[in-house]
Design a protein around this ligand. Structure first.
Ligand code: ADP
Ligand code: MG
Length: 366
């Protein structure tokens, strides 16, 4: 089921009339969630992810714009009638019901033509329990399950009515690191097996990158960029997106373009054709540095961390906007840690320039 958001907007009135200031939680969000895909809604806390999800679900009404499921305008349809499955961060299972009863619950409330026989309900519950691999836990109560198992029950419960759209709001946030990894792979598998159009909300860029067909990056209620994870990583449209994606984070410097050359400090570090002379913000991915004895970019060496295949070189530079610069180089590189300085050349496609004021990308030719 394709889901279309048209100029979707949500303004919350001010709670305190004197202090004033309404909150524009979601601002003019237009986007088509492709049929059968998993879309990651990514951004820092408070950027409007949950509000967007609740409007798609019908739990909240937009103040502007509309929502289509396929060709059907669902903007004013109640949540029960939209055919959605919702999973929250806190699993919100019924503690006094068994796993099986929790999964059955949404089916038992079906009325009219949707009503199912007892056997049909049991069959369906077992089918989704198998899908999320908890069919051996059907008689347990939620407090007899691990966090990961509880979240699977919540997912099974969301899937049991065969929703048209599956909506997940930070579903992995309460799990420990290992379970988070495992459960996100599970969610991906389930989504692919069922082909249900899915929106996955997270503030964790790595999670969004690893699981999504497409990512929507949001900031302060406004969509910043939409695209495949790798496309956004390789081609951020502004400084916010460049900084939000990637671990270790991108390295940011004050720089200057003069006569088609990029300077950081006094050093000319790269040729950048087609850019007018100006001060710029320079952002360099950690993998954008080559160690090179006579490289043009000099930094003060602080530390070298060996991480198996790769080596992380930690250094400093006065033009950097953070206390340390992190560059990742191949472990085959021999680095003399007793030296005070380290010299780099830069990989041009890993270097991004941004306007100092607007923070929008400035494109250059090599
Ligand atoms: P996210 O899920 O990305 O963390 P939310 O969608 O929950 O962000 O919130 C977006 C903005 O809307 C925030 O500034 C938040 O404080 C505000 N907000 C959310 N819900 C309400 C509400 N019911 N009343 C007033 N403001 C709200
Ligand atoms: Mg939220």
């Amino acid at each position: 089921m394709k889901v279309e958001l048209k100029n979707l907007t949500k303004i919350f009135p001010s709670r305190n009339k004197k202090a004033g200031g309404e909150v524009v939680a979601v601002n003019d969000f237009t986007y088509v969630i492709p049929d059968g895909k998993l879309v990651g809604l990514l951004g820092p806390s408070g950027c409007g992810k949950s509000t967007t999800l609740y409007m798609i679900s019908g739990l909240q009404q937009p103040t502007g714009g509309s929502i289509f499921f396929g060709d059907e305008d669902v903007t004013h349809l109640s949540a029960e009638n939209r055919g959605i499955g919702l999973v929250f961060q806190n699993y919100a299972l019924y503690p006094h019901l068994t796993v099986q009863q929790n999964i059955l619950f949404p089916l038992q409330n079906l009325r009219g033509k949707d009503r199912m026989t007892k056997q049909a309900m049991l069959d369906r519950a077992l089918e989704v329990a198998k899908l999320v691999q908890i069919d051996n836990l059907m008689d347990r109560k939620p407090n007899e399950l691990s966090g990961g198992q509880q979240q699977r029950v919540a997912i099974a419960r969301a899937l049991v009515k065969m929703p048209r759209v599956l909506l997940l709001d930070e579903p992995l946030s309460n799990l420990d690191a290992r379970l988070r990894l495992q459960t996100r792979e599970e969610i991906r598998r389930i989504q692919k097996e069922t082909g249900i159009t899915t929106v996955f909300v997270t503030h964790d860029q790595e999670e969004a990158m690893s699981i999504s067909d497409e990512i929507v990056v949001m900031k302060l209620g406004v969509v910043q960029q939409v695209g495949k994870p790798q496309e956004i990583y390789d081609n951020p449209v502004n400084l916010f997106v460049a900084k939000f994606l990637g671990t270790p984070p991108i390295n940011v410097f004050n720089g200057k373009v003069e006569g088609g050359k990029l300077y950081i400090g006094a050093e000319c570090v790269l040729t950048v054709k087609g850019v007018e002379d100006q001060e710029v913000t320079v952002a360099i991915r950690p993998e954008g540095f080559n160690l090179e004895e006579n490289g043009p970019f000099t930094c003060q060496l602080s530390n070298v961390e060996v991480m198996g295949r790769d080596v992380s070189v930690v250094s400093k530079n006065d033009a950097a906007d953070s206390p340390v610069i992190r560059s990742i180089v191949d472990a085959d590189n021999k680095i003399d840690v007793s030296k005070a300085e380290v010299k780099f050349s830069l990989k041009p496609h890993k270097v991004f320039l941004f306007n100092k004021e607007t923070e929008e990308r400035i494109y250059f030719e090599v």
